[in-house]
Design a protein around this ligand. Structure first.
Ligand code: ZN
Length: 161
């Protein structure tokens, strides 16, 4: 595999060859020689362009590889994180993911959004008072609400394990 340093070296060599060709063109030589050198210059130019295109493609491939690696790390992190939560129904009709007590690691009990969970995103639900006075559990990321059927804010609790 060609790396960036080799690529820069090859481009440097091509430039050196182009400089020599230029010097020959400036010297007092036969027209026949100049004709040959012009053809060399054309080939050098084409090689340079090809190398530059390759350099660009290489940078692009490196960027994609980095992105894929980051996505993999994020997926692995989420795979571990999601296991800390359990589906739970704290209120009739309100399904959430709740942090398991055995996985809390010092975190207070809290609920996260099931919709965001399915999209590999952790979004903590908060109690929100609706205009009619009832409270719901609201996701600030996707705006979903789950009813609590209470007129006061509750307190998240650990699900039974
Ligand atoms: Zn959500």
């Amino acid at each position: 595999m060609f790396d960036a340093q080799q690529m820069a070296g090859a481009l440097g060599s091509l430039k050196a060859a182009a400089d020599i060709a230029k010097a020959v063109m400036g010297a007092k030589v036969d027209f026949a020689v100049k004709e040959q050198v012009m053809s060399i210059q054309q080939s050098l130019l084409e090689a340079q362009q090809a190398m530059l295109a390759m350099q660009e493609a290489m940078a692009d491939a490196n960027k994609r590889a980095r992105q894929a690696e980051e996505a993999l790390v994020a997926a692995n992190d989420w795979a571990k994180e999601k296991e800390r939560y359990k589906l739970f129904t704290p209120y009739t009709g309100a399904v959430v993911y709740a942090i398991k007590e055995s996985e809390a690691r010092g975190e207070v009990p809290h609920y996260i959004c099931t919709n965001c969970y399915e999209q590999r995103r952790k979004s903590i639900l908060s109690y929100a008072k609706l205009p009619d006075g009832w409270y719901s559990l609201r996701c600030s990321a996707c705006k979903r609400e789950a009813p609590t059927n209470f007129r006061s804010a509750g307190q998240a609790k650990y699900p039974p394990e």
